[in-house]
Ligand binder design. Structure first.
Ligand code: BGC
Length: 740
């Protein structure tokens, strides 16, 4: 099959060179736009010309709505195409942690993937989701979510890739490449500044509701924190489509925000794909089309009376002079151009054939990802467990025997599931007496723990799209009456070898952390989370994850705490007043000690970082960094060396003390070492200059650190920009404007 396909493509290319007529045919037919030797733009222009005005209008919106329920056999979005001209239907699906279309492989939540700090894994993960989407007949997958985790209260924290723009960008680029290589168009979302669902308010209201909230974000903060992952998706991963978000950005709905959809996305970044609206996010047809919105999958008017791109509404808008046929044609051109460029017209439509999914292979990927993303936060000689030495083990908690995941459009029905309890019992073996307790009565659970050699407590939080968590404790927003913090405290008091396994959407409060012997953050670990947790607890796998977001000691330490204007907003406006000081950037700047810092995570072995060297790159455009990582422990494990940079601040230009600028993931056997090479380009040193509307490296002294977390760093290495005097031996880089 493969070979034949390759031959066919080679043949088509050869014929294309010989004469355009021969490049036609195949699934597309003999229409002029089926000529593969023509450019995607030319082909789109020919097809737009052949479509009637009404047919063009009809291509702006989806045609079905039932798929949002996520049932098998239905897509999250469908557009019928134009049978008269052989334009095939287009199918679209959620999403970031798996295909939401009947049972699918439930991968660990995106935040777990971010915690892996593993680009290659992100590519494999995106590839597997893309593969399942294709085999379920989808052409587009609404993923990844790259909105920065501004507050861990966010109801979609689990779906984010954490609080850092570089980490988010790196994971997103690899994910998109993987998915698009699998033959589907990725749809990076939600553009832009969609960082909250809204806080639960009185009488079921939602304060700072995502559907309408106006995110006020200054231009520098946008460019440096909230946009880089979208930018990287466009420039580095060539993402085929972008989803504009519900919220307003600086007063204007994202889906009708011309500065965003045309100025930044298309003009500044060179995006050539199409923009689609989140479900119901288009509000006014005229401004939306003028701004650069191309497609809206949701075919109905939404609750707040927003105008959608349905044929009736668009025709009425044209008749009333609120938009033009030319604006419609331009949008349709961009959609079709992308479909031509990605081969949609030149292949047979994908069929919905879920039986063809290699469920076992994808489950292995899901398990590997869960292991690679789990973060060991504490280990007082409690782990790994040794099944040969244990006689008894208590497995406690309301979440030990259930599938825990996030709600909303990433709510995946798993293809299979083994709970942590069952997986732990299986791994412990018949010799170890495993006693389970649901933990709804902490006193009883403590009794069970007291009689065991060790106690594992599995506790989860509850998070879903639609509303944020009311607070950061484990029980905040919980759907049952079990007080998980109380449970952990009671078990820890009863058994000195208490190990807590968290399955949470993101950072939570851990008030009992000083009283437990072990703490493993497994996030929402997906369908293979149980076996992954068992393997991690028993040391069959090294906990590969490092924190992609800061765990605060108390909720009042959050960067957005204490001022409702910062979160959840006042009068429908949320002000990103903390600017670029998001996540660890803020903790560092305020000198607030977190419970567990960004980048932190233990291994079962010990690593040493040595020999940091920083040399200027060619023509002073950034630096090249090398550092040696050595495994000094007795086990194989994964290290995540990280490089941080401190930029010089200036009056009116606060700079975070440190920003992540490079990282690697290194798997090392005991006694082995590896040299890590990281390139920091000029852009890594640049800030967004609002006056010049561009990136700029300020002259001055920069500091570079290598370490194992944002708070465990070696000595500061100075770097001098623009001739600044920063000490003998400082690498010298160029200052000034940076393109791109
Ligand atoms: C979400 C999107 C999702 C869409 C379709 C919206 O509510 O914000 O992320 O892709 O629903 O399910």
């Amino acid at each position: 099959m493969r070979l034949l396909g390759g031959v066919a493509v080679a043949l088509a290319l050869a014929l294309g060179a010989a004469g355009s007529a021969h490049a036609q045919g195949g699934p597309c037919g003999a229409h002029p736009w089926c000529d593969r030797s023509l450019s995607p733009d030319r082909r789109a222009a020919l097809l737009v010309d052949a479509l009637t005005p009404a047919e063009r209008i009809g291509l702006l919106a989806g045609d079905k709505a039932g798929g949002v329920a996520g049932a098998a056999g239905m897509h999250t979005g469908d557009a019928d195409g134009v049978p008269r001209l052989g334009v095939p239907p287009l199918h679209l699906t959620d999403g970031p942690v798996g295909v939401r279309q009947g049972p699918s492989t439930a991968f660990p939540a995106s935040i777990s993937l971010a915690a892996s700090f593993d680009r290659r894994l992100a590519g494999t993960y995106g590839g597997a989701v893309g593969d399942e989407a294709r085999l379920k007949g989808d052409d587009v997958v609404y993923a990844p979510t790259v909105n920065i985790l501004r507050t861990p209260l966010w109801g979609r924290a689990f779906e984010s890739l954490g609080e850092d723009p570089l980490l988010t960008s790196s994971m997103a680029v690899a994910w998109i490449r993987g998915a698009q290589r699998a033959g589907v168009i990725a749809n990076v979302k939600h553009f832009a500044a969609n960082n909250q669902e809204g806080a639960p308010g009185p009488g079921g209201s939602i304060v700072g509701n995502r559907f309408s909230v106006d995110a006020r974000v200054d231009q520098r903060t946008l460019r440096e924190i909230y946009l880089p992952a979208f930018e990287a998706a466009v420039k580095d991963a060539h993402v085929g489509s972008v989803m504009c978000s519900y919220n307003r950005l600086n007063g204007i709905h994202s889906c009708e925000n011309k500065a965003l959809l045309t100025g930044i996305l298309r003009r500044d970044w060179g995006f050539r794909g199409f923009v689609l609206a989140d479900y119901g996010a288009s509000k006014h047809i005229g401004p939306a089309l003028a701004a650069g919105l191309d497609f809206e999958p949701w075919p109905f008017a939404d609750a707040d009376g927003g105008e959608n791109l349905t044929p009736a509404a668009v025709s009425a808008a044209i008749a009333a002079g609120r938009t033009t046929q030319a604006a419609v044609d331009a949008a349709v051109h961009r959609l079709l151009r992308t479909l031509f460029a990605t081969g949609f017209f030149d292949r047979a439509p994908y069929a919905d054939t879920p039986a063809r999914i290699d469920a076992a292979a994808h489950r292995r990927i899901a398990q590997r990802a869960a292991e690679a993303g789990a973060v060991l936060l504490k280990n007082d000689h409690a782990l790994p467990l040794d099944a040969r030495r244990l006689r008894s083990l208590a497995v406690i908690g309301p979440d030990a025997d259930r599938y825990v995941n996030g709600g909303g459009s990433s709510d995946i029905v798993p293809l299979s599931f083994t709970s942590p309890l069952n997986a732990i019992a299986a791994r412990a073996g018949a010799r170890v007496h495993v006693r389970a307790d649901t933990g709804d009565d902490p006193a009883r659970a403590a009794q069970v723990a007291r009689r065991a050699d060790a106690a594992v407590v599995v506790v989860a939080d509850s998070a879903a799209e639609g509303t944020d968590k009311p607070c950061l404790g484990l029980e905040c927003g919980s759907k049952d009456a079990v007080d998980r913090d109380k449970l952990v405290a009671a078990v820890a008091a009863a058994n000195r070898r208490t190990i807590v396994v968290l399955e949470t959407a993101g950072p939570v409060l851990t008030p009992w952390r000083h009283r437990v012997a072990g703490l493993l953050e497994a996030w929402y670990p997906g369908e293979a989370g149980g076996p992954a947790i068992a393997r991690l607890l028993f040391g069959d796998a090294d906990p590969g994850g490092r924190l992609p977001a800061t765990f605060p000691r108390r909720e009042g330490d959050l960067p957005t705490a204490g001022d409702p204007k910062l979160y959840p907003g006042v009068g429908g406006i949320v002000t990103y007043g903390e600017g670029v000081l998001v996540g660890y950037r803020s903790y560092d700047q305020r000198r607030v000690r977190p419970a567990y810092p960004f980048g932190f995570g233990l291994s079962y072995t010990r690593f040493a970082l040595r020999g940091l060297r920083v040399r200027a790159a060619r023509r002073g455009a950034g630096v090249r960094v090398t550092v040696d990582v050595a495994n000094r422990g007795g086990r194989r494990g994964t290290a995540v060396p990280q490089v941080y940079l401190g930029l010089p601040s200036a009056p009116g230009r606060v700079q975070p003390p440190r920003q992540l600028k490079g990282f690697a993931k290194v798997d090392l056997r005991p006694g082995r070492r590896a040299r890590v090479h990281l390139a920091l380009d000029a852009r890594a040193f640049a800030y967004w200059d609002v006056h010049r509307h561009g990136w700029r490296v300020a002259p001055g002294c920069y500091g570079l650190w290598a370490g194992t977390s944002s708070r465990d760093l070696g000595r500061r290495v100075p770097i001098a920009a623009g001739g600044a005097r920063c000490g003998a031996g400082a690498a010298r880089i160029a200052a000034g404007t940076v393109s791109g």
